[in-house]
Design a protein around this ligand. Sequence first.
Ligand SMILES: Nc1ncnc2c1ncn2[C@@H]1O[C@H](COP(=O)(O)OP(=O)(O)OP(=O)(O)O)[C@@H](O)[C@H]1O
Length: 498
Amino acid sequence: MTDWTEKYRPSTLSAVRGNDKARDALAEWAKTWDDHREAVVVHGSPGVGKTSAAHALAADMGWETVELNASDQRTADVIERFAGRAAKNATLAGSMGDGSGGRQLVILDEADNIHGNYDRGGASAITRVVKDADQPIVLIANEYYDMSRGLRNACREIEFRDVSARSIVPVLRDICRRENVEFDADALDRIAEVNDGDLRSAVNDLQAAAEDDRRLTVDDVVTSDRDRSLGVFPFLDAVLKEESAEEAIQSAYRVDETPDDLTKWIAENVTKVYEGAELARAYDSLADADRWLGRVRASQEYGYWRYATDALAGGVAAARDGSKGGWTRFNRPQFWPSSDSTADEVVRKVAERGGFSMATARREVLPFLAAMTHHCKPRDLTVAMVAYYDLDEAAVSFVTGSGETTNKVESIVADAQELRESELEEHSGAFGGGRGDVSDGVDEGRVLDGDADDADGADDPVDGDGDGDGETADADADAGADADADTDDGQSGLSDFM
Ligand SMILES: Nc1ncnc2c1ncn2[C@@H]1O[C@H](COP(=O)(O)OP(=O)(O)OP(=O)(O)O)[C@@H](O)[C@H]1O
């Protein structure tokens, strides 16, 4: 099944809808690039066509493109390789005389995730490279103000606004015609309204509703709408203003966020809507949710998420006096301190190794790693994780909550290093799959199975002596491995939660 958002991705700027001014500004930026040689930041909400516009622009200009995604290591060196002098020469040599001027458009996705911490030279080095680039660079960001001030100042700014329902309808109509889908005009209006602002999700909804029967009525849209996932902002409106406790719980299950993150979203925004006694009651429910989340972290019993969801959605909705109206500017909660270089480094490694986007690594993978290796327990699992992601002491401390300089953390990093070396020799992954024996029943690709035998062979500080000297006798190691294998039994894999 072809994804319609890919099939109908605009191939020329004139097909990018709903942001005419921004589109013209981008074309103007490109045409005059030789005169100003500035980079440009294109920013706006997800699904409004930023990435498509950058590629379409390159096609219109006859430029080659190179895209550096968030999971690539985007250090100053790497950017320089594509945007510096060498890049220009290489490209010129390859495409002289083709009318493109030998240009290569460098597209830096998720530019709001470049803090520069994983580059030894820091953010200023990236800013300098962007400033002095010998090739045009488009930086793409959702949150313009999450970019460093230096980087913002070094670039021209173009904002892509949410695509209005009015501009979404013609795009949907065009796709229907090309797909031979008959449609009621009301059905397209409804899809456009529901997805106001986000063209990508409108196209996805159209495909979900129309692909099978090739005749689209309002009823199809209403039905498919029921299964849709809910954005976090409509969810906040639902819980804090409109819905009953029961409805709010159902809505919570439709949001693609963990209960941890939903709790943070509500805690961040509840004071904007509630006051007085209802606010106090809402905080009681949030505290309740937090206690359940603490139990999840301590016990790794994810069934408790249900109670956390009941409290954060049902409890908070029930705390409200009547329903509320009006529009509220909700704030995004702080998930990690953005200046924390350890957090950035861990997120980058998880994204790179796991093949996730930085956002997924931060919001969805890291909380699981943290919960599953809380205070470095189970130890084997922690060693396997550290080996897999190649983490240092600071990173282990950040993920597990254990003190960075403790013997425990140091010995885990040492064991992980040994595990990596032995796995390298065997040419197999350290973190799942590398072991011949899959008797613990977890055999999926990306699993946290702990690799108990190997990890324990290095030393066996079950009692926590933590000397990490790796001198333990084999007999001990085997005994420890058996014991640990029992402890690990039934340990779920990461993929079980995603
Ligand atoms: N303005 C638009 N005009 C036409 N199609 C669009 C537009 N915006 C989005 N689309 C459709 O949505 C898809 C995704 O758009 P795109 O990836 O360019 O969005 P984006 O703003 O870069 O999102 P993100 O920030 O999530 O990367 C496109 O392939 C296209 O099918």
